[in-house]
Design a protein around this ligand. Structure first.
Ligand SMILES: [Zn+2]
Length: 271
C-alpha cells in the first residue's frame, strides 16, 4: 500500500542531521495495549506511555485533546479544502519509541507520521503544536483518500496541499524567510525541480537530503497557487480533483493552465 509520510519538523530545516532523539523517550516503554476512544468523525487508538489514566497529564485527558484537535482539523479541512470524509477515520497514536522501532525503516528520513489507510503518528506525552500539525497534515491525506479512494495523486500535490494546510490552519501564511531562502538557493543553482521529477505518488523513497527539499518545493508551489489565485480557487481545485479524478483537467478548469505552466510561473519568482 502506498504510504504518505510527514517529515519530523526538525528535518525540514535544510541540511539537518537525519538522527533525531525520540521526544519524551522513557525507560519503561509502552505496554502495547491500545486505548480506544471515538468522536463524531474519528476512532482513536493510542499507546503512549502515560503514567496515569486520570488527571491533567493522564491518558484520558490526552485522548480527549487529540480528538478535539482532530475534530477541529476536520472542520478546517472542509473550510479550506472543501473535503469532508463521510466515513469515520481511524487514527493510531503510537508511543514514540514503538513508532520509531516499528516504522523508522520505512523511509530514509525522520518521520512524524504517515497515512496508510489509517493515520499513524508518532505520539508524545501531550498534545504539542508539533503533534497537532502532524495530525492536520495526515488528515489531508486521509481526506483525499476517503473522498476518492482509487485516485492516485502526484506527491507534489498531495504533500504540497498537506504541508500548506497544516501551516495555514495554524495561522501561517507564506513561507518563512528561511524556507524561501532555501528554495532560492536551489533555484540559483539551477536545480529547482520540474514537477515531473516530484510527480511520483510518494516521497517515501527519497533520502534524508532530498526529502525535505521535495516537501518544501511542493509546499512552496501550493502556497504560490494560493497567493496568486486565492485560497478559494485552491479549495475548488481540491474538490474538482476528487470529483473528476483527473488532476490535469481540474487544473485546466480552475487555473486555465497546466501544472507545468504554473510551476514555470512559480520558478519566475526566484529570478
Ligand atoms: Zn504527507
Amino acid at each position: 500500500m502506498r504510504v504518505r509520510v510527514r517529515l519530523l519538523a526538525a528535518a525540514v530545516a535544510i541540511g539537518l542531521a537525519a538522527t533525531v532523539a525520540p521526544a519524551g523517550a522513557r525507560e519503561r516503554g509502552a505496554d502495547g495495549v491500545f486505548e480506544e476512544r471515538t468522536s463524531s468523525h474519528f476512532r482513536l487508538l493510542q499507546d503512549v506511555d502515560l503514567d496515569r489514566a486520570t488527571g491533567p497529564s493522564g491518558s484520558r485527558r490526552f485522548e480527549i485533546e487529540v480528538l478535539e484537535v482532530l475534530e477541529e482539523g476536520f472542520d478546517r479541512v472542509d473550510e479550506l479544502l472543501g473535503l469532508r470524509p463521510r466515513r469515520r477515520l481511524t487514527v493510531v497514536v503510537y508511543d514514540p519509541q514503538i513508532f520509531d522501532a516499528t516504522y523508522a525503516r520505512l523511509v530514509r528520513f525522520p518521520m512524524a507520521g504517515f497515512y496508510r489507510g489509517q493515520i499513524l503518528v508518532r505520539g508524545d506525552v501531550q498534545v504539542t503544536p508539533q503533534l497537532a500539525r502532524t495530525l492536520y497534515h495526515e488528515l489531508v491525506h486521509a481526506s483525499f483518500d476517503a473522498e476518492a479512494p482509487s485516485l492516485v495523486l502526484p506527491a507534489w500535490l498531495n504533500e504540497g496541499v498537506a504541508e500548506w494546510f497544516e501551516a495555514r490552519a495554524h495561522g501561517k501564511r507564506r513561507l518563512t524567510p528561511r524556507e524561501w531562502a532555501a528554495l532560492q538557493q536551489i533555484a540559483d543553482g539551477g536545480q529547482l525541480p520540474a514537477l515531473g521529477l516530484v510527480g511520483a505518488p510518494s516521497f517515501s523513497s527519497l533520502d534524508a537530503a532530498s526529502a525535505p527539499l521535495a516537501y518544501l518545493y511542493s509546499y512552496g508551489f501550493v502556497d504560490h497557487l494560493a497567493r496568486r489565485y486565492g485560497e478559494r480557487e485552491l479549495r475548488r481545485l481540491c474538490q474538482d480533483v476528487v470529483r473528476s479524478g483527473n488532476v490535469a483537467r481540474a487544473f485546466r478548469r480552475v487555473y486555465r493552465a497546466t501544472p507545468d505552466e504554473l510551476a514555470e510561473a512559480f520558478a519566475v519568482e526566484f529570478r
